[in-house]
Design a protein around this ligand. Structure first.
Ligand SMILES: CC(C)(COP(=O)(O)OP(=O)(O)OC[C@H]1O[C@@H](n2cnc3c(N)ncnc32)[C@H](O)[C@@H]1OP(=O)(O)O)[C@@H](O)C(=O)NCCC(=O)NCCS
Length: 157
């Protein structure tokens, strides 16, 4: 759908649901549009087929406009990736998607969630701060240079 047509249609809220291996192509495309080192479609398909991985998608009019993927080990999880489609960013969609995901992790018995974020990534840091994540460590010289990765944790009850 062209940008003009989509602007003329009323705003439709995203619908959140579990991502499936058949979503590998659009999720890989969205990952590639969001990160310097994109995941290829096979990598994504393998992840989505892994029973230790929990993934959710946000859809608007049957298009995937966001995803979040975590790997679970015992009662802890690591968020591997979160993204909203570039054209949909800045409209507050990331928190409801992440909240949906965190509820699902809690429902699977997860007590603590970890992730890494580039300290320069302001939208992501604000998202995680809103989501109750707090800093538990720092890794220097990350992301191929001087950047620092923050290690964040969120406790789930
Ligand atoms: C991180 C990401 C998912 C956030 O989604 P988004 O649609 O851009 O952000 P939202 O509109 O949901 O807003 C989230 C927060 O960031 C803030 N924000 C959004 N865009 C911003 C910008 N350009 N500059 C500063 N803050 C911004 C919002 O105000 C909000 O904070 P608040 O709740 O304190 O008001 C999205 O930017 C993205 O996909 N980025 C590329 C992939 C990525 O970096 N993923 C995270 C890896 S750890």
């Amino acid at each position: 759908m062209s940008g003009i047509v989509s602007r003329l249609l009323p705003n439709v809220p995203p619908v959140f649901s579990a991502a499936r291996p058949s979503d590998a192509a659009p999720i890989a495309a969205l990952h590639a549009a969001s990160f310097q080192r994109g995941w290829d479609e096979d990598e994504v398909r393998r992840l989505l087929a892994d029973s230790a991985v929990t993934a959710h998608r946000a859809m608007i009019r049957r298009r995937i406009i966001g995803f979040v993927i975590s790997r679970i080990a015992a009662d802890e999880a690591e968020i591997l990736s979160v993204a909203i489609a570039p054209a949909r960013r800045g409209h507050g969609l990331s928190w409801p998607m992440l909240e949906f995901h965190l509820r699902s992790l809690a429902g699977r018995g997860t007590h603590a969630v970890f992730l890494e974020v580039d300290e320069r990534n302001t939208p992501a840091r604000r998202l995680y701060s809103r989501g109750g994540f707090y800093e538990v460590g720092r890794r220097h010289s990350y992301y191929g240079g001087n950047a620092t990765a923050l290690v964040l944790r969120r406790d789930l009850v």
